[in-house]
Design a protein around this ligand. Structure first.
Ligand SMILES: NC(=O)c1ccc[n+]([C@@H]2O[C@H](COP(=O)([O-])OP(=O)(O)OC[C@H]3O[C@@H](n4cnc5c(N)ncnc54)[C@H](OP(=O)(O)O)[C@@H]3O)[C@@H](O)[C@H]2O)c1
Length: 312
């Protein structure tokens, strides 16, 4: 059991503009104070530095925080997510996080060169050894999820899902629900674009520079779409981020979005989205209003997600 909204740690390591490690501790403290206790990180975020940022508070409040981390993406963005990598990576994550047990351990990307059964088999051994509590997959297809779940129960599927990224709904979502796998939507705020919170010029190291949705030819269109969401939010007297999160929360109790932010105030604002409460008609209306985002989710096809064919 975790709170309705979790915390995505990635922006604390400078993915979307400069991050300040001292301010990061305040953000994490505010998350705790706001009841946001599912914390999401990954080996690859900040080359391990993101896990280290979370470690001090995690150590102090181990019983209150559910820590989720991931393995399987190399520093250069290539995928290596087989049994050997799982066994090696878990030791590094445990060391950096300063704990002896990871609550939720994800395969960050499905490795097309290795049968998912082999990877999940190795992860099941880590569960048996007590190093990992629950298993998760990120960006898995319905077929891969099913095959993985047959080897060991999969507790959570973390994939991109938001008002304008709804690719998983037709195929993956029904299978997750059939198997009882919780859904953890990442980038629920469209990496800040859904809330129209994007600087005029993205900094050099900002990962959104390579995102097709942020290119010169697409951004104006997408900001205009974000403005539609902003207008809707103003009418409801709440923020665009809160509406975007409330829309996900309305999809079911098994949906736990993990918005990321470098701001303590926004952690609280995002947590308060649980009180927004959209009607079924509003959920429908928002879905209709927010269609037609310009640009693919990722520039590199291998980052785009698993497919049954690739992992056959
Ligand atoms: N499994 C995967 O492959 C994968 C991929 C991407 C992300 N993730 C995980 O999912 C988490 C969330 O996704 P994400 O960080 O990519 O994107 P996101 O949560 O959709 O958006 C984060 C951006 O939104 C801004 N923001 C946050 N709260 C806001 C608010 N209330 N109002 C206006 N703007 C707000 C943040 O800016 P400020 O920092 O300036 O507040 C940040 O730039 C990540 O942190 C990471 O843990 C996983």
């Amino acid at each position: 059991m975790v709170g309705a909204i979790g915390f995505g740690g990635m922006p604390l390591s400078g993915f979307y503009g400069t991050a300040d490690p001292a301010a990061a501790q305040q953000v994490l403290e505010r998350a705790l104070d706001s009841g946001v206790t599912l914390w999401d990180t990954a080996e690859v975020y900040g080359h391990g530095g993101n896990e280290e940022l979370l470690a001090p508070l995690l150590h102090q409040h181990r019983d209150r925080i559910t820590i989720a981390t991931k393995f399987g993406i190399n520093a250069d963005g290539s995928i290596a997510a087989g049994p050997d990598e799982a066994r090696c990576a878990v030791e590094g994550s445990l060391r950096r996080l300063g704990i002896d047990h990871i609550d939720l351990y994800y395969v960050h990307r499905i490795d097309p060169t290795i049968p998912i059964e082999d990877t999940v088999g190795a992860l099941a051994d880590l569960v048996a050894d007590g190093k990992v509590g629950h298993l998760g997959l990120s960006e898995a297809s319905a077929a891969t999820l099913r095959r993985a779940h047959a080897v060991h129960p999969i507790a959570a599927l973390q994939s991109e899902w938001s008002l304008w990224t709804r690719d998983l709904e037709p195929d993956v979502l029904p299978v997750a629900r059939e198997l009882g796998v919780a859904i953890v939507p990442y980038s629920p705020l469209g990496r800040g674009l859904l809330t129209a919170d994007v600087p005029d010029t993205l900094e050099d190291g900002d990962h959104r520079r390579s995102s097709p949705r942020f290119t010169a030819q697409n951004i104006e269109h997408n900001l205009a779409l974000a403005e539609v969401l902003g207008n809707f939010a103003r009418e409801r007297d709440c923020s665009a981020a809160q509406i975007a999160l409330a829309w996900l929360l309305a999809q079911g109790d098994d949906v736990i979005p993990i918005p990321g932010t470098r701001s303590a105030d926004r952690v609280r604002e995002n947590a308060d989205a649980v009180d927004v409460g959209l009607t079924a008609a509003e959920v429908e209306e928002l879905g209709a209003l927010m269609q037609g985002v310009a640009g693919a989710r990722y520039a590199r096809p291998h980052s785009y997600g698993d497919s049954p064919e690739r992992n056959a």
